[in-house]
Design a binder for this molecule. Structure first.
Ligand SMILES: NC(=O)c1ccc[n+]([C@@H]2O[C@H](COP(=O)([O-])OP(=O)(O)OC[C@H]3O[C@@H](n4cnc5c(N)ncnc54)[C@H](O)[C@@H]3O)[C@@H](O)[C@H]2O)c1
Length: 249
């Protein structure tokens, strides 16, 4: 196994389940110590145990990414390990399917806070930490193919994820000369709990949209995220990466 991230320190938000959990395990296989962060402490602690089995250090830090002060504490917690090398901004929610003209202000604000403003904060404080550590860090933001084109009934989610793409492109240009890279991953339909309320027709309708005629696996998304986190991708920044079985939005 290539230990491309040996002795590096990584934070993964939303690391307790789904894509975040798979990413924690893959980064650990590559040699990175992991700060598993989530609102779900019970599942997060299980991921910590699985990560430690791979021979690296791991801790759980509870953080609700909709709260700026909790993100600041999360980033500070990396000092237990050393400098911050990798930040994976993955935590997110799907939101209730609803046309934009019927969407309540409350639902709009909640989705934008959890799926977009949180990534602004995570990217902001991770960048500051990497600059002060003088680390050639890598930040990977998790958007969605829904952020790359119109997505009827997923309006607020789609807008939030489009914002995550632009945060990436602009942020990457601002810090490229310091050796900090920022990239964005846009998964297509991937088998996790987030799909449970993504539409009345459910998974068969999603599969029908995918040219490869199946859902993605969390490991397939984690492989791409880990590649972008590692020095294998050392000349890639400000770049949009799809992992979607061929869907074109
Ligand atoms: N599964 C898909 O089809 C798909 C497609 C495109 C993009 N994504 C994106 O991938 C990311 C991960 O989603 P997933 O599919 O693994 O979903 P998931 O529901 O399996 O996991 C999401 C994790 O985020 C955590 N979380 C939710 N709200 C949080 C908050 N406020 N603070 C901290 N943690 C919070 C949850 O507890 C959970 O552990 C999300 O950003 C999602 O939008 C998923």
């Amino acid at each position: 196994m290539n230990k491309n991230l040996l002795n590096k320190n990584s934070i993964v938000t939303g690391g307790a389940l789904g894509i975040g959990k798979a990413t924690c395990l893959k980064l650990a296989e590559l040699g990175s110590n992991i700060i598993v962060s989530d609102i779900n402490e019970e599942e997060g602690q299980k991921v910590v145990s699985l990560v430690k089995e791979k021979g690296v250090k791991a801790i759980f830090v509870k953080c609700d990414v909709s709260k700026e002060e909790e993100i600041i504490s999360l980033i500070e917690s990396v000092k237990d390990f050393g400098r911050l090398d990798v930040m994976i901004n993955n935590a997110g929610i799907g939101g209730k399917p609803c046309f934009l003209h019927k969407l309540s202000n409350e639902d709009w604000h909640k989705l934008i806070l959890v799926d977009l403003t949180s990534v602004f904060w995570c990217q902001k404080y991770a960048t500051k930490q990497m600059l002060s550590d003088k680390s050639s860090g890598s930040i990977v933001n998790i958007s969605s193919i829904a952020g790359l084109g119109g997505s009827p009934s997923l309006g607020s989610y789609s807008v939030a994820k489009a914002g995550v793409v632009e945060l990436t492109l602009t942020g990457a240009l601002e810090v490229a000369k310091f050796g900090i890279r920022i990239n964005v991953v846009c998964p297509g339909w991937t088998e996790t709990a987030i799909l449970d309320n993504a539409g009345k027709k459910g998974r068969p309708a999603m599969i029908e949209q995918v040219p490869m005629k199946r859902l993605g696996k969390v490991e397939e998304v984690a492989n791409l995220i880990s590649f972008l986190a590692s020095s294998e991708s050392s000349f890639i920044t400000g770049s949009i990466h799809r992992v979607d079985g061929g869907i074109r939005t």
